[in-house]
Design a protein around this ligand. Structure first.
Ligand code: GLP
Length: 240
């Protein structure tokens, strides 16, 4: 793992966006993926600015979202789809070659799962996978105890996620499941970038980076990835 400690959130965001851009320059026709949540907001904005300023060309690059709350559509407040739409796609003055944003409100969620696998098979494997880390060590919705051999799947939300999720949409929605790229697809990415900020992530980041590799802390699997960057601010990296 390449550990990159940044002085603050802004530097973490800029550094992560730069690594993504470097990879796209090396392989302009690759597939990339960003997470939703609070952590990637700054990175996604920096990345969109880089595209708009002509610093990186995404005209041949495909984009796929990482995960979604089952039951939430791209228009629902707090959904990963809306995050992608508002903070990335609608900001881009030059679009990706193609995008696939998971629809958690699809009537047939199993078909949505298959469609996610199909998109990754068609344009992948992933060139760059950017990930956040949940308070329980989850990656996307690869919750504690997940099977590391899974591709895209639908999974019950863990106790921790059920507690944390109200920060995204209050009491408006009560999802019980997530749909997510699987660990197999994440581990097949040529470059993985795990981003984390804030003192509240320090303990779980330490477990992910220095603890045993176990599906009880899904992010620990990244210790086995040949090209994984951990880009964290000083507060999140405090115990590394
Ligand atoms: C969420 C999402 C993940 C995200 C993680 C951390 O529940 N399923 O994709 O990376 O938890 O979120 P945050 O960045 O808001 O801390």
């Amino acid at each position: 793992m390449h550990i990159v400690v940044c002085k603050d959130y802004e530097e973490m965001s800029r550094r992560a966006a730069e690594i993504v851009a470097e990879q796209i320059k090396k392989r302009p026709d690759g597939l990339i993926s960003f997470p939703g949540g609070d952590t990637p907001l700054g990175m996604v904005h920096v990345f969109a600015d880089m595209v708009n300023e002509g610093k990186v060309d995404i005209s041949r690059t495909h984009y796929v979202s990482l995960d979604e709350w089952v039951g939430l559509s791209n228009e629902d407040e707090g959904s990963c789809g809306l995050f992608n739409q508002q903070n990335l796609l609608s900001r881009l003055q030059h679009p990706f070659a193609g995008t696939h944003i998971i629809n958690g409100a699809a009537e047939d969620i199993e078909s949505e799962r298959v469609a996610l696998n199909d998109y990754i098979s068609q344009y992948g494997p992933l060139d760059v996978s950017v990930l956040g880390i949940g308070m329980n060590g989850h990656l996307g919705f690869n919750e504690n105890g997940v099977d590391f051999d899974l591709d895209a799947h639908i999974i019950p939300l863990s106790e921790t996620t059920l507690k944390v999720m109200t920060k995204y949409f209050g009491e408006k929605f009560h999802p019980t499941q997530g749909i997510s790229q699987g660990i197999r697809q994440i581990m097949a990415a040529k470059t993985v970038i795990l981003i984390a900020n804030g003192a509240h992530k320090a303990e779980i980041l330490k477990k992910a980076v220095h603890g045993p590799v176990t599906n009880e802390v899904p992010a620990s699997v990244l210790q086995n990835h040949p090209n994984c960057y951990v880009v964290a601010d000083e507060a999140a990296a405090a115990l590394l």
